[in-house]
Design a protein around this ligand. Sequence first.
Ligand code: PEP
Ligand code: MG
Length: 595
Amino acid sequence: MRTVCGLATARGFAVGPVFVYRGDGDIPIPEYVVESGREGEELARLRRALNETKRDLESLVATLRARTGRADAKIFECHLMILEDSVLCRETEKHIREDRVNAEAAVRRTADRARSMFERMNDPYFRERVRDLDDVERRLLKNLLGFAANPHVELKTPSIVVADDLTPSETVQLPRALVLGFATNGGSATSHVALLARAMGIPAVTGLGDITALVEPGETILLDGTGGTVIVAPDASAIREFRDLVERQKEISEEAVTGAPAGTLRDGGRVKLYANLHPGAPLEDVKSLGARGVGLYRSEYLWLNKEAEPSEDEQYRAYREVVEFAKTLSSEASVTIRVLDIGGDKMVRGISQRGEVRQREANPFLGNRSIRYLLSNKAVFRTQLRAILRASVHGRVCILYPMISCIEELRQSAAVLADVRAQLDAEGVPYDRDVPVGAMIEVPSAAINAAALAKHVRFFSIGTNDLVQYTMAADRGNESVAHLYQPTNPAVLRLMRHVIDVAKKQGISVGVCGESAADPLVGVLWAAMGIDILSMSATYIPVMSKLFSKLTRADLDEYLAAVDAIGDEATGEETMARCREWMLSKIPDLDNIVF
Ligand code: PEP
Ligand code: MG
């Protein structure tokens, strides 16, 4: 048996035969000089292939919208934008007209130039976009050369797909019912396989290095998307163990939403389990998985892949859609819309291209991001607040300010909001006059000074993804410092405890919307500290709900005392081990529940 470690990209387990997906390799490109006077014919060939590719993409978008939901379709909407990009089109035509090269060679030259531009950008989001460009180029070349547009996939039996990396087209064109899991050499947290795998509920491990070289087609492997490992050449008992895990995983998802609302404790107490969503996220399963509201709506997705700001109306439509949807989740449901949280690892094309944020910044995670950006670009802030307030008449909306680090930011944001309200009043536009405003607590200074901040907001939402990163000074996306990224480090625990205690004392609601909310041991610990809402990817709600259904409030108190007893000298790992030990003592079949 050999265990290969990678990145835990989408939770869950899989056992099955390997299907090595090699794509269809590099397409050989003919290159020749076009006879003088025949450039027009070459331009017409290019135009025909562009139109054909556009039709292919439009029909793919329509099929995906009907089949899987918006997230998948959005990727190909972005491909359409790349295909129709006027700069790229003009450049390709120029190669034909001025360099007199054939259309295929002209396409390759344009794509190569754009690729090297993307690759030079020190930004994972843009580097990932190279895959989109490859995908569009491949489609266009195939149409020019008269090849069929779809990859030829011989996947006939349920298998774990092993690949170097997958383009979005390749990922969605694999027959979903036959894909048990994804294991790829490359890929990052922002990769399309990651996004699509989570949206499709398929376990995935990425960043495995050379997994394609370690496996043979047809051999059985085990994939643990929760731990981020793949086991090659497993023995019979490991296979049995994984088969059991897969079975249990299926049962738990099917058990979701029966009887009591998700998050109900054995003694009837409750922790609210809400969903994290973003524009374009598939909504179909959110309800059946048990989400009772939307605890974090990451609005920045409306800005991704865009040259221009989304208009007020475009934003209003997106917010209204999620607000209307939330009403179907429960009578208590609210939607917490977080205002534009860009910067750091989340760069937005139009904004970064205008150079307002990243190009002058050596340290974008500590730079002009999130609320700082909005307060220095008030027109953007005002438009967004107008759109959110307009949507608030359709259901219960909360406004959340990201990356708050000091009280001035809350004061200034309140002034902008007051302006926007006055403007809407003057125009006679209706909105909910009681929209709660909250602060994300994800910067240590905000956590330490929580008592002062609490006087200015109606709720806190703790963003542990960033709070851990900033407290430990460990980049959340950097594998080489992952050992320091510890949600249970005593310093993080102290901050969490302090923020929750302050919120309780001052009578405001407090939730966690970082990934740790869905970690069975850590999420329960936050609940034990007194968290009201845990907001997470909806896929993880059934497991968390099952765990809570086995515990009482007295158990949670006991859990917290057990963690407290271990003291400040414990490492994050030791605390996790203690958490697990306690949990196993209460729930002996823990490993049958947790995936
Ligand atoms: C967080 O930081 O925990 C959070 C929820 O925000 P994001 O992951 O979008 O930065
Ligand atoms: Mg954050």
